[in-house]
Write a protein that binds this ligand. Sequence first.
Ligand code: CA
Length: 415
Amino acid sequence: MPLMTSWVEAANAPDCDFPLNNLPYGVFDDGSGARMGVAIGDCVLDVARVDHGLDPDLFSAPTWNSVMASGPATWDALRARLMVLLGDPAYGAAVSPHLVAQSDVRLLMPFTVTEYTDFYASKHHATNVGTMFRGPENALPPNWLSIPIGYNGRASSVVVSGTPVHRPWGQVKRPDEALPQFAPSARFDLELELGAIVGGPSSGMVSVAEADEMIFGYVLLNDWSARDIQAWEYQPLGPFQAKATATTISPWIVTRAALEPFRTTSPERDRPLLPYLHEPGPMLYDIELSVGLAPQGASETIICRTNYGQMYYSAAQQLCHHTTSGCSMRTGDLLGSGTISGPDKDSRGSLLEMSWGGKEPVEVAGGQRCFLEDGDTLTLYGAACGDGYRIGFGTCSGTVQPAITLPDWASEATS
Ligand code: CA
């Protein structure tokens, strides 16, 4: 599919994240209150103010949940109408008064996260982490090639790009000490992921094909992870506090419709999947991803380049598997893909892997990193690249703040 041109000139530049082909959904505030917006070129369209042809109630609260809940026919109708309004120059005069420069707005959470589940679907990531923790012979857990592994996270942990993230306090037990201490994490890390947003609700089991139809769109997602807290707490029930500090998402929901031309097939299966997990067609996407790390006062270094297309399990498979227990899914549920690591050292999606457990520091402008330091700004980037245009995700960014000063009762208990 070629570039679809818009009368918003900036949208037609080949390196623009937001051409007419994209039309991602967000929530913005230009100083006069939070409203639903659509990114086009270097602007945001105040969508409630234009002749969108839908029930105005869908746009009455600053969140995309109502549109998501109204189902795929509404999603398609809105996208088709926006294509006309922003593509046909005849609408320029009527629509342009409702465009706001992106540089003049603050972007807020694009939807209300109902529940959050995080998966573990990159074979390279699972192999790297397993090799470090259990040795190369037992790197992949025995269930990994059969089950899309996940855990139930906290919706309350999800924050929008730009939100500061404090280094967490927690229980850590150092290898040379017999007992744990309560201390700030010394091994604070990122995980580069893609988040799938459930649009339509479900009750009962849904197939992989039905699950795919339920997905409204995708965001970049950083699952901030405290490795020292994780190492001490994770057995026997898996991650808990290590993952609860914050999960940062990018502010624009890139719709499944916009990503349609970039579908790609899953890799060869090392072991046949059970039939309920078979995919009726390509369910992954060719999305180029990268991670930048900028120490305080220093320039940014790209520390990872990878691609979502090399995951082992798709979001549709994860969502299908999630429902097989009878677990119902709700509008606004967020599914993290799991860390997206590729086969090479510079395509690993976490510092844990890049520094191989803290043994091989990563070079960045102004220093080296095994794990994150206070003042570090991490930014995730992503785009599906077409012929002369890109479906960009914008940025997913957060700066590490020092651990909070403990309340008196906690500092007394720590000393
Ligand atoms: Ca994760």
